[in-house]
Ligand binder design. Structure first.
Ligand SMILES: [Zn+2]
Ligand SMILES: [Zn+2]
Length: 362
């Protein structure tokens, strides 16, 4: 394959009511530009976003067929002249959940391209030039170099894939909210996102408490570095969330919710924060959150969101993952043709903690 690669084949969905029934189609890759990098895909992680998209939970499909997947790793097969300083043919690189932004606005210039008003998602989107964008359950992807990342050789390609969405989704808010030595950080939910959040919060030097409604996940949480596990099924769980007499007065500096549920007890989590502390959700459940205004009053707490991360953060995170051996717990590596089984595992929440699909179309 060469720079003339114009099309790819992938597994996709056209009917959200039959969202595990993937069909193979050929589609056109974006028109190549001088800043573009083209990757022959080897692995693609299966993210909660893929399930929410193909099942219609986040709304109708934007095109008549969607090939999901935005945790993409493979071999570089073509490099535009303006990307040649950073990418080499044959090296291992990846693409996450964003493939385009304007690159010119204040946000893009300030390492906030993940908040650019003109950003485009990796799939279920059409870019500024009119190209229909398809994801990584496929043979190839082409993207602007700002959204392509060299994978450190210390990270195996199948381990790197989930880091590119699940990893950055938690790393960016942890970093931006000061996670580091001397900080007490709560992580809510121990799934694909949460199991990375524990590892990154710990690697950044914080003391970490993992909250989960599944007591069975305690041993995994502690093994991944959590200092304490709190089962939220107990209605008084908040009373034991801190560190007792020895740490009296210690309050949470930051809480990151990775739970894909609008039923998390926000009124119990927000009071755990120090004065002016923030709780951020990266779980984006299909249904809206509901919370009384009083829940914020006692400590001037804030509840907010976060979206992916910048390239600067992505490269920092990959270096940290390589240095501290941070990787996903992979439930199973499945051939891409079994994408439907992986999506079903995510929908039924039986996945522990990530499926990764392996290329089988070439
Ligand atoms: Zn994702
Ligand atoms: Zn921009």
């Amino acid at each position: 394959m060469s720079a003339e690669q114009t099309h790819a084949r992938g597994y996709g969905i056209s009917d959200t009511s039959k969202y595990t029934e993937f069909t193979v189609k050929e589609f056109k890759l974006k028109t190549p530009g001088p800043r573009d990098v083209t990757i022959a895909i080897e692995y693609c992680g299966v993210c909660g976003s893929d399930m929410h998209t193909v099942s219609g939970g986040w709304g109708p499909l934007k095109n008549d067929w969607v090939c999901p997947g935005h945790e993409i790793v493979g071999k570089v097969i073509a490099v535009g002249p303006e990307a040649a300083d950073e990418f080499k043919i044959g090296s291992i690189a990846g693409v996450g959940a964003q493939v385009e932004s304007c690159l010119e606005c204040e946000r893009c210039k300030g390492d906030n391209e993940n908040y650019c008003p003109e950003q485009h998602d990796t799939y279920n989107d059409t870019n500024a030039a009119g190209d229909v964008l398809q994801g990584g359950y496929s043979t190839h992807i082409r993207a602007d170099k700002r959204f392509v990342f060299n994978i450190p050789s210390a990270i195996a390609p199948q381990d790197a894939a989930p880091i590119l969405c699940a990893g950055i989704t938690v790393y960016s808010p942890l970093k931006r909210n000061g996670t580091g030595p001397g900080k007490l950080v709560g992580i809510v939910g121990m799934g694909g996102l949460g199991h990375f959040a524990v590892q990154f919060a710990k690697a950044l030097g914080a003391q970490v408490v993992l909250f989960s409604h599944s007591p069975g996940k305690a041993s995994d949480a502690l093994r991944l570095g959590a200092d304490k596990f709190i089962a939220t099924g107990d209605k008084d769980f908040a009373k034991t969330a801190g560190f007792g007499a020895a740490n009296k007065g210690r309050e949470f500096d930051f809480i990151l919710s990775c739970a894909d549920s609008n039923a998390i007890p926000l009124d119990q989590f927000l009071p755990l924060l120090k004065v002016g502390g923030r709780m951020t959700t990266v779980g984006l459940p299909d249904q809206p959150f509901s919370i009384a205004g009083f829940a914020f009053a006692g400590n001037s707490a804030a509840f907010g969101g976060s979206h992916l991360g910048s390239k600067k953060e992505m490269l920092e995170m990959l270096d940290l993952a390589a240095e501290k051996n941070i990787k996903p717990i992979i439930h199973e590596v499945l051939p891409m043709s079994r994408a439907g089984d992986a999506i079903e595992g995510v929908a039924k929440n039986t996945v522990r903690y990530r499926y990764v699909l392996k290329q089988d179309l070439v």
